[in-house]
Ligand binder design. Structure first.
Ligand SMILES: [Zn+2]
Length: 252
């Protein structure tokens, strides 16, 4: 059955369920109903999307600005993430892999609830973009906080339950030669040839991450009783788009 026919069938099945049980709450969301974009292109190479351990994410949101939970998930690939971030890089791919491990621990049903997550990350454009895009966490809603002491690790919490995990890159995973080269380029003393070599080394490192089990590169631990730090941003607001996520479909 083609994907289109399958999606139409699922859509009408959902409508039928609603008409038969108008008070249904969608605690059992349907996964895998949107296609995963794994078609390579110049900014999302084949190894990025189709390596053995390239992560894929099933995310859950609300269905409108004041709406309930959507009945189905959306599927996000590294290609979607790269479109948001701007380039494929080892930082983005490291963050995506690490966060995938956090999600597997926090959401055993495989559905990442983007209405119910907050994240702590160090202030890297690549790390923060991955965290924000994949989780829905934002500084302006107090769900994304910056802590540079974290280095290459992330703390992720399910807001409603308080369950918290920390994912950290294992020592020795980051290539030593790359570290030295990045340092030289950051100092402003890198040659054009070195900038190109640095890009290639970063891609080689990222490719390696995606070609072996994520547990080889990152470790995840639960943080019991973790106290979430207050936001330092003065204009924190409250998300209105998740306020009615549990609203029933009728008053019965
Ligand atoms: Zn980047």
């Amino acid at each position: 059955m083609s994907l289109y026919i399958r999606m139409v069938a699922i859509f009408f099945t959902v409508l039928l369920i609603i008409s038969l049980s108008p008070c249904l709450l969608y605690s059992d969301v349907i996964k895998g109903t949107s296609p995963a974009d794994k078609t390579p292109t110049w900014y999302a190479m084949d190894w990025v999307l189709n390596s053995k351990y390239s992560p894929i994410f099933e995310v859950l949101d609300t269905e409108s600005a004041l709406g309930r939970y959507a009945p189905m998930t959306k599927t996000i690939t590294l290609k979607d993430l790269i479109k948001f971030h701007g380039h494929p890089c080892d930082g983005l791919i490291q963050a995506a892999c690490a966060l995938k491990m956090a999600f597997d621990k926090l959401f055993p049903n495989g559905v990442i609830d983007r209405t119910d997550i907050r994240v702590l990350s160090s202030n890297s454009p690549c790390y923060v973009d991955a965290a924000s895009y994949l989780t829905g966490a934002r500084i302006n809603f107090g769900t994304l906080e910056i802590d540079n002491s974290l280095g290459t690790s992330w703390i992720v919490q399910v807001i409603s339950t308080g369950k918290t995990v920390k994912v950290t890159r294992r020592s020795g995973v980051f290539p030593k030669g790359l570290e030295a080269l990045e340092k030289k380029i950051k100092s402003g003393r890198g040659t054009p040839e070195e900038i190109t070599r640095c890009r290639d080394m970063e891609w080689k490192f990222a490719k390696r991450l995606l070609s072996r089990p994520l547990e080889s590169s990152f470790k995840v631990q639960e943080l019991k009783g973790f106290h979430w730090p207050g936001s330092k941003y003065k204009k924190v607001g409250k998300r209105g788009d998740i306020r009615f996520k549990n609203a029933p479909y009728c008053n019965k």
